[in-house]
Design a protein around this ligand. Structure first.
Ligand code: NAD
Ligand code: UD1
Length: 336
């Protein structure tokens, strides 16, 4: 099965490509490298013994995408390409809507032209906004998003749902990721954020490896057991496997398929700090600070639907998440 993977050089895409190759699928990567490195291709080859086909280009370039679809007999698309920094999206809303929304529309149009009607889209738990109840099920209300990044994900979900309503022979799978973290257990591949990390785990990893002095813990007065924010951290290898399972289970069946991809457990900031300290054998210095504007107290997934329909469940623990993140960061202190 040949699968066009947009954004396949990025954090989640690269791990998914490795697992796809291991599962006998053939990824064809399209990426403009705006947030990733050419080196990733070599690492995929080191891990799998196969160098995937890679085309450097932008998904908003319809002629470019058309030429890729013309060259291969593509069966399905996994669509990771997009911009993902919440703070930056507030500063640059037009860039975010252009990349994430227009990019998806150009991709869908190119797919239709090529007769490819199966897409798996990287959505986010951010579409649920501040949930009224946890764990969050797929039929919880969506749309109360708080920033342009979140709105762009919600808009794409709406666009693709409308496309399915108009053309019900499509297979459209919306995967709502919770908090992807961790790295390939080999330490050869992992998350390599540019600049100061926005997210918790890469920040902790950079403190542990000495690139930053200390972690700022954003708020310890939330209504949670230890007062710090609670999230659903899912190992990127579990997430990668979830894409393959989804593609096989529903990617060839017409329908609008919506699944949470989370571990189904909540962990606090201080629990993650502890897990990391155990993994690296040193305390992780931190200070308690004010809440980060826009943050919510707690968010974790109900994974029942994915378990029932896909037979998929995350298997990796927080201990493995910390160990694999440390393995990657200590072997690659400056990233790729
Ligand atoms: P990433 O930035 O590491 O990967 C995205 C890749 O897409 C990068 O390699 C980038 O160069 C490429 N890209 C961006 N715009 C492009 C364009 N116009 N044309 C071609 N390539 C382009 O991000 P990631 O963490 O791997 O996330 C992948 C997807 O999952 C994104 O859509 C993101 O919004 C979504 N998501 C991520 C998280 C998370 O915490 N990492 C959570 C929920 C959803
Ligand atoms: C972030 C994104 C969200 C995205 C999600 C999954 C923001 C505001 N939201 O959410 O859109 O869907 O990632 O990738 O960026 N924390 C600290 N110190 C830090 C960093 C984080 O204490 O330096 C805390 C946060 O307050 C939160 C937890 O750690 O309680 C997790 O934060 P983060 O990794 O940024 O993820 P989310 O806030 O869930």
């Amino acid at each position: 099965m040949k699968v066009l993977v947009t954004g396949g050089m990025g954090y989640i895409g690269s791990h998914t490509c490795v697992q796809m190759i291991e599962a006998g699928l053939e990824p064809i990567i399209v990426d403009n490298l705006c947030n990733s490195q050419q080196e990733v291709l070599k690492r995929i080859e080191v891990l799998t013994g196969k160098k995937p086909i890679f085309h450097l280009g932008d998904i908003r370039d319809e002629a470019f995408l058309g030429s890729v679809f013309n060259q291969y007999d593509i069966d399905a698309v996994i669509h990771f390409a997009g911009l993902k920094a919440v703070g930056e999206s507030v500063e640059k809303p037009l860039e975010y809507y252009d990349n994430n929304v227009i990019g998806t529309l150009v991709l869908a149009r190119s797919m239709r032209k090529a007769g490819v009607k199966s897409i798996v889209f990287s959505s986010s738990a951010t579409v649920y906004g501040d949930p009224e109840v946890v764990p969050i099920t797929e039929d919880s209300p969506t749309g109360a998003t708080t920033n342009p990044y979140g709105r762009s994900k919600y808009m794409v979900e709406e666009c693709l749902s409308d496309l399915f309503n108009a053309e019900p022979d499509w297979s459209i799978t919306l995967l709502r990721y919770f908090n992807p973290v961790g790295a390939h257990p080999s330490g050869i591949m992992g998350e390599d954020p540019q600049g100061i990390p926005n997210n918790l785990m890469p920040f902790i990893a950079q403190v542990a490896v000495g690139r930053r002095d200390k972690l700022s813990v954003f708020g310890n007065d939330y209504p949670t057991p230890d007062g710090t924010g609670v999230r659903d951290y899912i190992h990127v290898m579990d997430l990668a496997d979830g894409h393959i399972v989804a593609l096989k289970a529903v990617g060839e069946t017409a329908g609008l398929h919506i699944y949470n991809l989370g571990a189904g457990r909540g962990s606090s900031v201080l629990e993650m700090v502890d897990a990391f300290a155990n993994a690296c054998g040193n305390p992780v210095p931190y200070e308690l600070c004010a809440r980060r504007p826009g943050d919510i107290a707690e968010c974790w997934a109900s994974t029942e639907k994915a378990e029932r329909d896909l037979g998929w469940k995350a298997t990796r623990s927080v201990t493995e998440i910390a160990a694999d993140t440390w393995n990657w960061q200590s072997k690659n202190p400056q990233g790729y």
